[in-house]
Design a binder for this molecule. Structure first.
Ligand code: GUN
Length: 305
């Protein structure tokens, strides 16, 4: 079997086009643009690349997109003050503080300082709690939200759904693994979560009809761990140290896995572009809620694709 590629770049572009159209309606109705403010502290190179990509896409979608750059020597109190200023700014619908923060700054305290109604990252405990309880008026973290969108898109094309499928999430981070597991459960998948202490990981992987890999280790998942006909979502973005110039690779050994899987996301061009699209979606939803308008419906937009 040779896997079909799940083209995240194409799915994301199509969603961003819809977001741009909805943004134009929103701006015509309210006389303002959805506002997204991204705060970056220090000069981490990878974070710089991600933030520039977010800024560019938000501008293209018609948002009022701002980046606040702070020196790595910023104190915790100064960072909290910046967050408070964004909370109080009526023109800001979405706030994102890029992680990781430089040493000495406490990420959890910063996340909890963000107004949960503007927490378009979905990292605040109020939003995590809503996801856990299935309360729909919170925000879902963008990377697992993007993975879910790709899975729904893939299965809808097959006339199938996630319901009843054996799904395995590799990784248990607050940003990806845990929310991904909750989203799959909400779609009625039969769920397992694996992590660094899991015994006989290859055997567990071979049972998975849907495999989401989010471990942050280059080519960690071997081709012979993949079940024949599985759908594989690769969240990893790693530099392959064995390749010249350290090209980007995922958590899954792509050339081998694609011989076994029915469908797989490439790296780059899979989950990465979806993460940004979902950030724009969350910000657009926030802008509608904060303006007292009914938010757009993702399922309805998915049907238009
Ligand atoms: N760093 C890597 N991914 C993310 C993300 O989705 N949100 C934030 N705030 N920081 C990140």
């Amino acid at each position: 079997m040779t896997a079909t590629l799940i083209d995240g770049a194409a799915v994301a572009s199509s969603l961003v086009r819809r977001i741009a159209a909805l943004t134009s309606d929103f701006t015509a109705t309210t006389g303002r643009k959805p506002g997204l403010s991204v705060c970056i502290v220090g000069d981490d190179a990878a974070s710089g690349v991600y933030v520039r990509a977010k800024e560019k896409r938000a501008g293209e979608a018609g948002f009022d997109s701002r980046v606040i750059r702070k020196d790595a020597a910023l104190s915790q109190a100064e960072l909290l003050q910046s967050v408070e200023a964004l909370n109080a700014d009526e023109s800001v619908d979405g706030i994102l503080v890029q992680l990781p923060l430089p040493k000495g700054l406490q990420e959890r305290a910063v996340i909890e300082a963000i107004d949960p109604h503007k927490d378009v990252d979905g990292f605040h405990t109020e939003n995590s709690g809503k996801l856990l309880c299935g309360i729909a008026d919170g925000f879902v973290p963008c990377t697992p939200f993007g993975c879910l969108h790709l899975l729904r898109h893939h299965f809808a094309r097959q006339g199938e759904s996630l319901a009843g499928k054996r799904a395995l999430v590799l990784g248990r981070s607050n940003i990806v693994g845990k929310p991904m597991a909750l989203l799959l459960l909400a779609e009625h998948a039969t769920l397992s979560i694996a992590h660094s202490r899991t015994r006989d990981l290859p055997a567990l992987c071979r049972e998975a009809e849907v495999l989401v890999a989010a471990v942050g280790r280059a080519n960690f998942v071997q081709g012979d761990w993949i079940r024949e006909g599985a759908v594989v979502i690769d969240v990893g973005i790693n530099r392959d140290q064995n390749q010249n110039q350290g090209r980007l690779v995922g958590d899954v050994d792509f050339p081998e896995a694609k011989k076994k899987a029915a469908a797989i996301t490439p790296v780059p061009g899979g989950v990465g572009p979806m993460t940004i699209a979902m950030l724009l979606w969350n910000t657009l939803v926030s802008a509608h809620r904060r303006s007292g308008l009914p938010p757009p419906c993702l399922e309805a937009e998915e049907e238009k694709n």
